[in-house]
Ligand binder design. Sequence first.
Ligand SMILES: Cc1cc2nc3c(=O)[nH]c(=O)nc-3n(C[C@H](O)[C@H](O)[C@H](O)COP(=O)(O)O)c2cc1C
Length: 329
Amino acid sequence: MTGDGAAKTKVVPARILRDIVGHACMAPSVHNTQPWSWHASGNTLELFADTGRQLTVADTRGRNLVISCGAALHHAQVAARALGWEPTVTRLPDGDGSTLLARIRLTPATPPPDAAEALQAIRDRCTDRRRFTSWPVPEERLRHLAATADEWGAHVMVVQDLAEKLRTELLVGRALDRQATDEPLAEEQRQWVNHSARDGVPGVVIPANAPNDTHLRTRFGSGLLTEPERELEGADGLLVMRGASDDSPAWLRTGEGLSALWLRATREGLSVVPLSQVIEVDETRERLRAEVLHGMGTPHLLVRVGWQAISRGALPRTPRRPLDDVLSW
Ligand SMILES: Cc1cc2nc3c(=O)[nH]c(=O)nc-3n(C[C@H](O)[C@H](O)[C@H](O)COP(=O)(O)O)c2cc1C
């Protein structure tokens, strides 16, 4: 066998497979449900949707579940490359509707020069819901983030026009109000706050006493995180992640794009907060499609981008399920 052939058939060590999946599981997920499971076999990793972890009230179709899995799929590809293995991904190999979302085949490769930074960005990324500073995010940066996601097959629109930004904020507020009066949904949400030591959203990362302002209200209500030095004005960047269709293949790409833009933002010192409520409520999703996207595609996720004050301390990490719970052999 030639040197090249020998390299191609090199077996991925189990510790590398564990390391790739460990990094993949640091991905963001709706309510930190971590709705995925992984199966390792030879040089292949398979990603499955764990529908037992689907939000049955807020996410009946599984949109947020698949977007979350797409983010984990992108994390896995970044980690694999950084660890010296080139991933070749087949998405939905058994078709739309199957819980098998992706199969990743790994072949040996030279890690990219920024491998260490790429892995560090995975460890540093988090959802920081504290108020952004009033320093605006330049349009060029937002376009760059959108292009980063587009490279992964996602489609991102920068909401730049002031009237459209205002309209989007109004729709976000309307969705929050709608969901606040939906008792089964509010109950499901409450259950995922301080859910367990391995999943859910800890109260210590939810800002306390969120005032009556859509910039500052989080879906999780008031938490334990105090913010003594609020800035008066916000200049948040808004991105709408959209697809040509509203189904698993398109959601998976949106999840990969979300992860790509979020890791890029993390490396650039920008903070990212996904806002899915405006998509979860039928009426506001439809209005966002018609009034902001002007019918160009269907919205999958709204993303807020801004700067966190440098003086602020790092947030505690949200928990993750143990690797042996999510990875089978
Ligand atoms: C598809 C998706 C939807 C999300 N929707 C919201 C949201 O509406 N509001 C919010 O504050 N966070 C939202 N998040 C962020 C998650 O709550 C967060 O990723 C999770 O709690 C894990 O925390 P971490 O990102 O700090 O690791 C969403 C994340 C994903 C992937």
